[in-house]
Design a protein around this ligand. Structure first.
Ligand code: XMP
Length: 557
């Protein structure tokens, strides 16, 4: 016989680990009377720490806790994180390679892989953002830079794989320029050739490094018109990528000016752009075929938000360590009203916070202190273990079709797919990408090994360069910062593409173990089991000495 004991009013006992039933206490069983008492002004509470079991009978010892007593606070719910749980393997016909990992990062923005790079100054600038979008994910540009730099970085991402470079961004030459001047201009602009146009933008020819070279020694002051190729091949605005490629192969040309009916230049197609496009079939593109780009903005940075929006950012991420601050929410609402881009609000870690933002946010980002470089939990005493935080927020967001992003604490691909099982639609990682070639941190050599700098945006170094307000702190009074992050180093890894290959490959395998072919299907089908400390040890390589490092496992992660 098992006797469960609840409160006098029939509501459930607060259950901790080992409780057989959360919120399901038969009155009749409770009425069996084991320890149930009624004391004026006193509620009976069950201590699940004091469970006696004998001959098939479980009896819960009851403690008396006066209502409102401080000790009532200690009857706390449990919150779990990645290592506390595992995905329960299930019947499956899903091969990992067939798993579809496309997802929504916000209401109007979809991605081909459910992965974002963190908005940190040692993780995401335009190189990382370009790499992420080419692989189908999203890079979120950090905000430790001035607004003009933010705009320039967004434009770099947007232009990177543009099929047709818009007229305003095409570097052109004038027929009357000298060879020396055009050579200097091409070097400065980083192009190896340019259409030659007159003052009305009519295309007269095209000039390249090969055309210029013979003139450099002997005819530097000759005019461009003498060196250019004037039998220029152009195409109309309706040309398809395939046709353009065939034309370029046929005429052995690298650039194809796009002209309107009057031969006026309207854009430029390059062989490099076309090939890049073919290589990255899985890239995340906006409706104009440009790479997707995310941008972090402070909740009180309306200027950065509107500038980023105008520059073509797809998603703005309200970048705050505690978005359940009501001033932050008011400011985020104002930003949402002003911009066309989607607005993701974060970070939060509870269902109460999610309820405050779910009516206007296009996505909600979750993570209070799980990050590898975070000290928020130890410095402030506040935080939420990440798996529970994600599940609480998803409980509120999913019924409203608002995507959830799990941000921080992910060390392995297994953590990433567990976050999705807990209700996230995508994951954001910092340390995982900080060691890649594309990340902006500098390379450091220690004991003959290469590392890259990786620092928290709440570390002293990052706050000094402008990131303090993420932690709702300003540096105007010149006081010392109270940091919530550390400055560190992370092993230098290879390319972002190879890291993503491992990460997403592991996530696909997780979907295979659960038998789900899509992210929404996986979220529904996945179940967790709870893991003991012994189970955690068993889950890592044990009783061996690792001789060759695996590309997706490091015991120090
Ligand atoms: P990972 O674990 O992927 O975490 O390195 C990256 C996320 O950590 C957050 N972040 C911080 N949190 N103090 C914090 O408490 C910090 O200094 C800090 N810097 C970044 C952020 O959400 C990031 O995406």
């Amino acid at each position: 016989m098992i006797v469960y004991v609840g409160f006098e009013d029939g509501s459930p006992a607060v259950a901790g680990s080992g409780s057989p039933s959360r919120g399901c206490i038969p009155k009749s069983a409770a009425a069996a009377g084991n320890g149930r008492q009624r004391v004026r002004g006193v509620r009976t509470r069950v201590s699940t720490r004091n469970v006696f079991a004998s001959a098939g009978t479980t009896v819960y010892m009851v403690k008396e806790v006066p209502e409102g007593a401080f000790s009532e606070k200690l009857q706390v719910p449990e919150a779990l994180t990645f290592d506390d749980v595992l995905l329960r393997p299930k019947e499956s016909r899903v091969e990992p390679d067939d798993a579809d990992v496309s997802t929504q990062v916000s209401k109007n923005v979809d991605l081909n892989i459910p992965v974002l790079s963190a908005a940190m100054d040692t993780v995401t600038e335009s190189d990382t953002a370009i790499g992420m979008a080419r692989e189908g994910g999203l890079g979120v540009l950090h905000r430790n830079m001035d607004i003009e730099e933010t705009v320039a970085e967004i434009e770099r991402v947007k232009r990177a794989d543009e099929l047709v470079i818009d007229r305003e961004n095409v570097v052109t030459a004038n027929p009357n320029q000298t060879i020396a001047a055009v050579d200097e201009m091409m070097g400065r602009e980083g192009v190896s050739g340019a259409p030659v146009v007159d003052d009305d933008d009519t295309v007269l020819g095209i000039i390249s490094g090969t055309d210029i070279r013979p003139f450099l020694e002997v005819g530097e002051s000759d005019q461009v018109s003498e060196a250019m190729t004037d039998e220029v091949i152009t195409a109309g605005t309706d040309i398809e990528a395939r046709e353009a490629l065939e034309l370029m192969y046929e005429y052995k040309i690298e650039r194809l000016p796009i002209v309107d009916d009057d031969d006026t230049l309207v854009g430029l197609l390059t062989m490099q752009g076309l090939l890049q496009r073919r290589e990255n079939q899985n890239a995340a593109h906006d409706e104009n075929g440009r790479l997707r780009c995310g941008v972090a903005v402070g909740p009180f940075e309306m200027d950065r938000a509107t500038a980023a929006d105008e520059a073509g950012a797809d998603v703005l991420f309200i970048d705050c360590a505690h978005a359940h601050n009501l001033n932050v929410i008011d400011a985020a609402r104002d930003i949402k009203e002003e911009v066309d881009a989607d607005v993701v609000v974060g970070n939060v870690g509870t269902r109460e916070a999610a309820k405050e933002v779910v009516d206007f946010a296009d996505g909600i980002k979750v993570g209070i202190g799980p990050g590898s470089i975070c000290t928020t939990r130890v410095v402030t005493g506040a935080g939420m273990p990440q798996i529970t935080a994600v599940a609480e927020v998803a409980d509120v967001a999913a019924p409203e079709d608002v995507p959830v992003i799990a941000d921080g604490g992910i060390r392995y691909s297994g953590d990433a797919i567990k976050a999705i099982a807990a209700g996230a639609d995508a994951v954001m990682l910092g340390s995982y990408f900080a060691g890649t070639e594309e990340a902006p941190g500098r390379v450091i050599t220690m004991n003959g090994k290469k590392y890259k700098q990786y620092r928290g945006m709440g570390s002293v170094g990052a706050m000094k360069s402008g990131g303090g307000d993420r932690y709702l702190k300003d540096d105007e009074d010149g006081e010392e910062f109270v940091p919530e992050g550390v400055e560190a180093a992370t092993p230098y890894k290879g390319t972002l593409a190879s890291e993503l290959h491992q990460l997403v490959g592991g996530m696909r395998s997780g979907m295979g173990y659960v038998g789900a072919e899509t992210i929404p299907g996986f979220k529904e089908r996945a179940e967790f089991v709870r893991v003991s400390a012994a189970g955690q040890t068993e889950g890592h390589p044990h009783d061996v000495m690792i001789t060759d490092e695996a590309p997706n496992y490091s015991p120090d992660s």
